[in-house]
Design a protein around this ligand. Structure first.
Ligand SMILES: NC(=O)c1ccc[n+]([C@@H]2O[C@H](COP(=O)([O-])OP(=O)(O)OC[C@H]3O[C@@H](n4cnc5c(N)ncnc54)[C@H](O)[C@@H]3O)[C@@H](O)[C@H]2O)c1
Ligand SMILES: O=C(O)C(=O)C[C@@H](O)[C@H](O)[C@H](O)COP(=O)(O)O
Ligand SMILES: [Zn+2]
Length: 370
């Protein structure tokens, strides 16, 4: 980031009654025991992280969590979307059992969305559920995956097919961790940020258009604002519909197409945010064909996605049938009916289950490839 101010942290909440929890946002929070220790269930703490994040941030987090006779351990997993599997989660459970950890333990996820989703799922199942805290270190995890309690792993046939809703006790976002994030990963996170503007907040969309260059240059003020605005939108939607009975599905804009790309291309070859970028371009184009957006609006959506450093074309080696094979397994579908998140206008999304099959087939066949 261009500036590393000692500005105080800011805090939002996810309002889930007795399970209400804070999202703390600010620079240097990783080192601050006051941001972390109040959310621990007992003295047993397992940090779950990976081989890329550990050398950068593990010792600092351990220092902040230590003291008061706490037993702080770590498990360092391999890196990559392809490792988001039940086998990796089993390694977390093995480490917890080897350490003799009981129901009063706390799992602390230190890393991106892959680590957060797996640590959360491990916490949801270990001894039928233990506490966990999210310390997200990628933009994507800071604006999206650490909030809302969707946890789980991939299956070769589909993304996040095995999982549970399990809310963290707190989300602690140290914005300075973004200084070490590769720019391709920063762009991936921007896909989810753009998503919030498209589905919920046209003013935020316009703000993103004006601040995209600053965001990509790691301007601290712009990034903090993007994180806060994104988390506020996600927190509001999650509080209204925790388990996706209705409006939470809008957070899936671009994901039905995007998840198909990720699974077909092999997990990790297209980053989640890249697949969502292309998927949102496909959703915008389908919305145009349904008469809901005009040419200029679709061009505006595509320009912002491109400005974020993301693709707006689909993989060359993916046919319409390849898309449909995975889309038919999508979690949003009811019985055999495909349900797509589309844009009823810019800044407003809807769930649509009546796309004419010919129109969808044509989109999947003629959408540009690269
Ligand atoms: N649970 C949810 O609601 C939700 C929401 C969105 C995405 N997801 C999931 O999140 C995953 C994607 O998350 P992601 O984009 O964070 O990917 P990721 O977890 O793979 O992290 C991206 C890369 O950045 C590295 N990294 C992390 N922090 C770093 C730092 N500060 N400096 C340098 N490198 C760092 C990681 O080791 C990894 O190589 C996908 O599996 C997706 O399905 C879940
Ligand atoms: O939190 C949600 O709800 C989302 O849909 C956020 C998405 O960005 C995220 O990728 C999520 O993991 C997708 O969930 P899934 O249920 O479609 O697997
Ligand atoms: Zn996503």
């Amino acid at each position: 980031m261009t500036a590393s101010t000692a500005s105080p942290s800011q805090c939002l909440h996810v309002e889930l009654d007795a399970r209400r929890y804070p999202i703390h946002v600010g620079p240097g929070l990783l080192d601050d025991p006051a941001m972390l220790v109040p959310y621990l269930a007992g003295r047993q703490v397992m940090i779950v992280t990976n081989e890329t994040v550990a050398p950068r941030y593990l010792e600092r987090l351990k220092r902040a969590l230590s003291g008061d006779d706490r037993d702080v351990r770590e498990i360092v997993l391999p890196d990559g979307e392809h490792t988001k599997t039940l086998a990796s989660v089993e390694r977390i459970w093995d480490a917890l059992l080897a350490a003799g950890f009981n129901r009063r333990c706390t799992l602390v996820a230190l890393g991106g969305g892959v680590i957060g989703d797996m640590a959360g799922f491990a916490a949801a199942c270990y001894q039928r559920g233990v506490a966990f805290v999210q310390v997200p270190t990628t933009l994507l995890s800071q604006v999206d995956s650490s909030v809302g309690g969707k946890t789980g792993v991939n299956h070769p046939r589909g993304k996040n097919m095995i999982g549970a809703f399990w809310q963290p006790r707190a989300v602690v976002i140290d914005t300075q961790t973004l200084t070490t994030l590769p720019s391709r990963e920063l762009s991936a996170g921007l896909a989810e940020v753009i998503k919030y503007g498209l589905i919920h907040d046209i003013e935020f969309l316009a703000w993103l258009e004006s601040r995209m260059t600053a965001l990509r240059a790691l301007d601290a003020e712009a990034l903090t604002e993007a994180i806060l605005r994104s988390c506020a939108i996600k927190a509001e939607i999650v509080a209204a519909d925790e388990t996706e009975q209705g409006q939470r599905a809008l957070l899936n804009l671009g994901h039905t197409f995007g998840h198909a790309i990720e699974a077909h291309q092999g997990y990790g070859n297209w980053l989640h945010g890249e697949a969502v970028g292309a998927g949102m371009a496909m959703a915008a184009e389908l919305s145009r064909r349904l008469g809901w957006l005009d040419d200029a609006e679709v061009a505006r959506v595509e320009a912002l996605i491109v400005h974020a450093g993301l693709p707006v074309t689909a993989p060359a080696a993916m046919s319409g049938d390849d898309f449909l094979a995975t889309m038919r397994l999508d979690k949003k579908n009811i019985d055999a009916r495909l349900r797509l998140v589309l844009l009823s206008r810019l800044g407003e999304a809807c769930i649509h289950d009546a796309t004419p099959p010919d129109m969808l087939d044509a989109l999947l066949a003629d959408f540009p490839r690269h």
